[in-house]
Design a protein. Sequence first.
Length: 735
Amino acid sequence: MSIRIGEQERLFSLETEHTLYQMKADETDVLLHLWYGPRTGADMGYRIRTVNRGFCGNPYEAQERLDYSLDTLPQEYSGNGVGDYRSAAVQAEHRSGSMSVDWRYAGYRLLKGKEKPAGLPGVRGNADTEGLEIILEDKAGGLAAYLAYWVFAEYDVIVRSARIENRGEAAVFLTKAASLCMDFPYGRQEVIHFHGRHAMERIPERVPVPAGGRLAFESRRDMSSHQSNPFIILTEPDTTERRGICRGFMLMYSGNHLEEVSADQTGSTRVVCGIHPEGFRWKLEPGDSFQTPEVILSCSEAGLNALSRNYHRLIRSEVIAPRWRGAKKPVLVNSWEACYFDFDAEKLMKLARSAAELGMEMLVLDDGWFGKRDDDTTSLGDWDCNEKKLGCSLGELSERIHSLGLRFGLWFEPEMVSPDSDLYRAHPDWALADPGRYPMVARRQLVLDMGRKEVQDYLFDTLSTILKGARIEYVKWDFNRSVANVWSRALPEDRQGEAAHRFMLGTYRLLERLTEAFPEVMIEGCSGGGGRFDAGMLYYCPQIWCSDNTDAVERLEIQRGTSYGYPPCTMGAHVSACPNHQTGRTVPLETRGIVAQAGTFGYELDPSRMTEAEKKTVKEQIAAFHRHEKLTTGGDWYRLDETEEDWTSWMVVSPDRNEALVSVAATHVRANGSFPFIRLQGLDPEKVYLREDTGERLTGAALMYGGIPLPQFAGDYPAKQIYLSGGQEDAAGEG
Ligand code: GLA
């Protein structure tokens, strides 16, 4: 039983294998957050201390208790305007103009059988998944909040969301509806957040929570964004990759988001995360409710690597669609960096033939196959094949590609429209634009109003026709600009604050319909690389193009940052040509292969232009990828080098700890250097492992505490992969 309820004390305990989540309805019916951390086997209510502090008022019903204040008690889901001066989870405008929200506990319900939050992606679970619903009421405001908690015990994950209902008789406008609020009394905390920009996404930064101040990580681009991933980690200051307590907050949402982390006057830290309240104003008619996205929570007492592994395992098993769990993915070659817009069927066939000879398994035809598109100025929205350019139909091309033994994939950017397109000429009002203004244009394109049913239907029909008319096993779903001018012709004035979220709901609805109709087509997410790399998109797209930056040295940083929250099997990673198209850097082909094998392996170059020696290396890379694919996509991942600047190393260990693959790439080779050792992790200390490249046999303990020497590297950006197998023999080799 993962959920325990103390009826008398109104104490709610949710337990996972190593963690405890606890809350309690107190004598004033305020729902207090008691604990989220390692299991303690105790009622953590003993930590609630009340003190009469100046300028911390008391709720009316507890006015004689001068030490009892909403401003200092840890709240499970904070209200607004009634005496808690920290960040609110919910803000509302009532008919009277009042903006207060004052939650009181009103009951609970045990849940069984995970359900998806209405209209949104959700952690999947099954009929046995256990959950708890806590009901809060703001009687005067006529609001109820249904807080849902789902327990994924074996992953040390709790999934939280909220549904706000208008039980009153007049419309209420929600102006903030966070998915979660959580307070951590007493003790300084730090935050790791993942910032970036186009072509450099998810760079971790660790910062202290400022005393009395607030940090905000956010996107207002109606996409989860390159600039700030909807995932943060709250850590204690002494936590490292290998040890210490840390807690992750991952919002399962692909649109505007805000993660607030603040420390109050008493040193208590509050986290609030959810849909960004700026620009958000949702009208709830009587009886209506608003569903927030889910937050995937995990806590580890064994450092950041262990926290990441919880997320990796959960996403692999409970977020990605069952069809793609553990599925073998084809080694693909993508046409983008190989030809950009300059191709026809003959050129693609030449590329495909040499790809097939080298062992690649799928050709993905990127941008430029539709409308009149020879550059990025035109035709988004006109999803019909440009047969004049190609020299044949898509159906014919896909057959020809298949005759080489390759599968075929195709690029789309469904949510966009070019002003120069038949679609825009026929339906200019389908593009987002606010009245009386010219809309912002980016990459010469506009954004479709995805909240509108007719837009979703058009895209469903057009994409379905293409997918039915050719043999297509894979779709690359792109999204190449930030959204602006979020004003929808389909909504009345007082509902314009819903347009941004309705945009996301429309995109999810379309993805839902397409994945249902074409379950065998794998969708790879993309947004100018990794601008929409989030758990919401992963629900529909088992992998996401990690970045438009394909430089292997830069990818070391990008993929390392991404690995904090997301498993390698979701990270699109390709070997591209050198000098690299983004940085001009030249990196050995071997290193490019090792770095791409840390994700979903593929190529982004024209193999027919390679030398014989390069072709030989590519064949070896593909063979190595197949040999280790099960290990790299299903194993436990460890970042190994938290203090090193000159190299990056990582390893993956099979669940039975009988195999491991260690990778190291040097970004700076030094003359007359020291003798560094890379200390491995996750091995069985007692087992003996055979190091394949040297024939050495060493115990897991030696490899973890003594480490392996950094290879004697020379030259620019060398890298090495070391395979270890073990488990059968003891140290003396006696079987
Ligand atoms: C985005 C993608 C690229 C490529 C181009 C095509 O930038 O991230 O991989 O598909 O669009 O226009």
